[in-house]
Design a binder for this molecule. Structure first.
Ligand code: HEC
Ligand code: HEC
Ligand code: HEC
Ligand code: HEC
Ligand code: HEC
Length: 218
């Protein structure tokens, strides 16, 4: 794993630090520990810890879409990986920061963990079967804009994440959420934003994006 990848995978330990030492303390002391932790780490108890992190210097796009369930060869649970295990979106979708496409991770990346993790689970057995046959699972597309539309992940991530003062890369999923919704909560990826011309153009207007037709239609 490269340095930048392990950086992306860094977990945020704050709430867990508060739980340390639980066993050594009595019940009465425990209440005091909770109080002290709360005072020491406001993020643990403030409403900000509960609601989604906000993206500074951005007007979020409006609109929602009720996309149908897309059957996948293996139901890939984003929630387990992102929410429970705190893996950064860009650890798997590595191209997003530097190219038009975000990319779907190769099975070798999955196997880095699943050669040892959850190997008894049916879905992981299926993954191992594809791996041993040297075949990528035939993932179905969930988002697909028409070919006459020009879209690029790179420019959006540069504007809203990497060149955005005050934005923490660990919160990148809030920027992905502009166009993909809260994938971190999904048991299976689903289209929940319209991604039509009105949606794109309104967001460009609200955030000083380009409005020439040819920027999106080449
Ligand atoms: C452990 C690897 C991994 C992580 C971490 C991960 N993804 Fe994915 N993602 C996948 C795989 C595998 C697929 C293909 C299966 C599917 O579409 O359900 C996928 C599919 C998607 C799709 C649908 C692609 C399409 O076909 O249109 C989106 C959007 C997406 N991911 C966004 C995210 C976002 C946003 C995050 C962070 C909140 C994230 N992913 C984190 C592995 C990952
Ligand atoms: C950084 C480690 C890591 C990577 C990389 C990773 N996973 Fe996982 N995955 C986990 C962990 C941890 C769990 C939860 C295991 C458990 O609940 O016992 C999990 C659970 C799963 C499950 C649910 C298993 C079940 O039935 O409970 C599936 C399916 C899965 N992963 C598929 C994938 C695929 C496909 C990839 C590659 C795109 C991938 N994972 C990459 C760590 C990883
Ligand atoms: C400004 C809107 C926007 C943002 C922000 C955005 N996406 Fe996308 N994403 C799209 C569009 C539009 C498509 C469909 C592209 C196509 O059909 O060619 C897409 C497609 C994808 C796909 C399908 C495969 C591919 O490579 O095209 C994945 C995976 C994905 N996005 C992940 C992410 C992740 C992860 C993030 C955050 C790091 C993110 N996206 C941020 C609009 C966005
Ligand atoms: C969250 C708001 C937002 C959404 C949603 C959004 N964009 Fe953008 N987009 C921007 C901003 C801001 C820029 C300018 C980035 C910069 O300053 O480099 C941009 C830049 C672009 C560029 C680069 C133009 C160039 O200079 O080469 C393209 C292409 C583009 N957007 C297409 C789209 C398409 C297509 C969609 C809808 C699928 C979309 N955008 C959705 C905010 C958005
Ligand atoms: C910010 C990106 C963006 C800009 C700027 C933009 N478009 Fe579009 N346009 C799109 C997207 C995305 C679609 C695909 C709509 C869909 O899939 O429903 C689209 C679709 C279209 C279509 C196909 C018919 C339709 O409505 O689906 C036409 C025609 C069109 N655009 C013309 C224009 C013209 C003319 C301009 C300049 C006035 C323009 N577009 C500017 C993103 C853009």
């Amino acid at each position: 794993m490269s340095a930048s990848e392990s950086f992306l995978m860094e977990q945020r330990h704050r709430p867990r630090q508060c739980e340390a030492g639980r066993g050594a303390w009595g019940r009465g002391w425990w209440a005091l520990v909770v109080l002290l932790c709360a005072l020491a780490f406001p993020a643990v108890w403030s409403p900000a810890a509960v609601r989604a992190a906000e993206v500074p210097n951005a007007v979020p796009p409006e609109g929602s879409y009720d996309g149908k369930h897309v059957p996948q060869p293996i139901e890939f649970p984003h929630d387990v990986h992102v929410k429970v295990n705190q893996i950064n979106c860009m650890y798997c979708h590595t191209y997003a920061r530097r190219s038009p496409v975000a990319g779907i991770p190769p099975t070798s990346k999955c196997m880095g963990c699943h050669s040892v993790i959850a190997t008894d689970k049916p879905r992981i057995k299926k993954l191992v079967e594809y791996w041993e046959k040297n075949q990528p699972p035939p993932w179905k597309k969930v988002h697909d804009v028409p070919d006459f539309v020009h879209f690029t992940h790179e420019k959006h991530l540069r504007r809203f994440v990497f060149n955005n003062p005050g934005m923490d890369v660990a919160d990148v999923k809030e920027v992905c959420a502009f166009c993909h919704g809260q994938v971190a909560e999904m048991t299976v990826a689903r289209k929940v934003k319209p991604l039509n011309m009105g949606f794109c153009v309104r967001c460009h207007e609200a955030n000083d994006g380009p409005h020439d037709c040819w920027k999106c239609h080449k």
